[in-house]
Write a protein that binds this ligand. Structure first.
Ligand SMILES: NC(=O)c1ccc[n+]([C@@H]2O[C@H](COP(=O)([O-])OP(=O)(O)OC[C@H]3O[C@@H](n4cnc5c(N)ncnc54)[C@H](OP(=O)(O)O)[C@@H]3O)[C@@H](O)[C@H]2O)c1
Length: 274
């Protein structure tokens, strides 16, 4: 595993395990499998409705709590100061833990104009030590600027959709300038056509690796945190087996050029789902 150090000194595995859309009844086995394979960072969210199963898997694994990096997120309908504090407590209860490592605002929901109140609630939870770091997700540069101007804590992380077909250069460069780590969601483009893209397939063959492994390596070498999801045991292990090869500058450059600003999910500016 490779680790990064967030802007408040907290150490985080650069590769984690995501559980979006893994139903509560399947998530227990999936997280147990991931922990056994060696993942120590788990990314969930209130809206995934699987926090209880994640928490049970963590407890039953016998791995000490302090060796796990646990992320969850406040959902859109819970934005606002008091609502966020209540939602956070519900997440802790479901997870069965007394702190999380990273708490994120899931979407900025700019039309609601509540993310600053929500951020102040996160700052309060952080000051109380109930979360070891706070951050945001799906924030564009103007949303980040407002947090930097009106908030008192610089977000540790901005978790955004990011893969070779959506390389998010502008947000990455802004985050780099301000000490915010970028974390890629759908790092494998949800298993879609980035995995069959000939440039990536060729590079994979050259290294005797799979396209998914090459894409994850591309993230890691760009200092991006990645949280691939899989419920398939062989893929769970495959996605972790990325620390024994290095992409050349040329190969990185070829992958960089694949960007076509193609989203699999919503554009945060148009997200209205509560
Ligand atoms: N903040 C946000 O708004 C947000 C939004 C979306 C996701 N996320 C987070 O990011 C995590 C990852 O994103 P994601 O789940 O959307 O997509 P992803 O990790 O890019 O891709 C997952 C899909 O790819 C398949 N897959 C995984 N490894 C593979 C491999 N080695 N070879 C071929 N196919 C492979 C999986 O299939 P199987 O499972 O069938 O193996 C699954 O269908 C989520 O689980 C969640 O934690 C956050």
């Amino acid at each position: 595993m490779e680790f990064i150090t967030l802007n408040n000194g907290l150490v985080m595995p650069q590769l984690g395990y995501g559980v979006f859309k893994v139903p509560e009844q399947e998530v227990y086995e999936a997280v147990r499998e991931a922990l056994q394979a060696g993942y120590r960072s788990i990314d969930t969210a209130m809206i995934y409705e699987n926090e209880a199963g994640v928490g049970r898997a963590l407890r039953d694994s016998g791995i000490p709590r302090e060796d796990i990096f646990l992320t969850t997120k406040v959902w859109n309908k819970d934005q606002g100061y008091d609502q966020t504090l209540a939602a956070f407590q519900t997440s802790l209860d479901k997870l069965g833990v007394d702190y999380v490592d990273l708490y994120l605002i899931h979407w900025p929901m700019p039309d609601e104009d509540l993310y600053m109140d929500t951020w102040r609630a996160l700052e309060h939870l952080y000051a109380e030590g109930k979360t070891k770091a706070i951050g945001v997700s799906n924030f564009h540069v103007p949303h980040l600027k407002r947090i930097l101007e009106e908030g008192t804590v610089v977000p540790a992380v901005n978790q955004i959709e990011l893969h070779p077909f959506l390389s998010q250069e502008a947000i990455r460069s802004f985050c780099r300038e301000h000490g915010i780590f970028v974390e890629a969601w759908s790092p494998l483009m949800k298993g879609r056509d980035a995995l069959t893209e000939p440039v990536i397939v060729d590079i994979a063959a050259r290294h005797d690796k799979t396209p998914a492994q090459v894409i994850l390596r591309w993230h890691l070498q760009h200092e991006i945190i990645a949280i691939p999801k899989s419920v398939t045991p062989s893929r769970i292990r495959e996605n972790l087996d990325v620390f024994d090869f290095v992409l050349s500058a040329d190969e990185m450059n070829h992958i960089d050029q694949l960007n076509r600003n193609e989203r699999t999910g919503s554009n945060p500016d148009d997200m209205h789902k509560k």
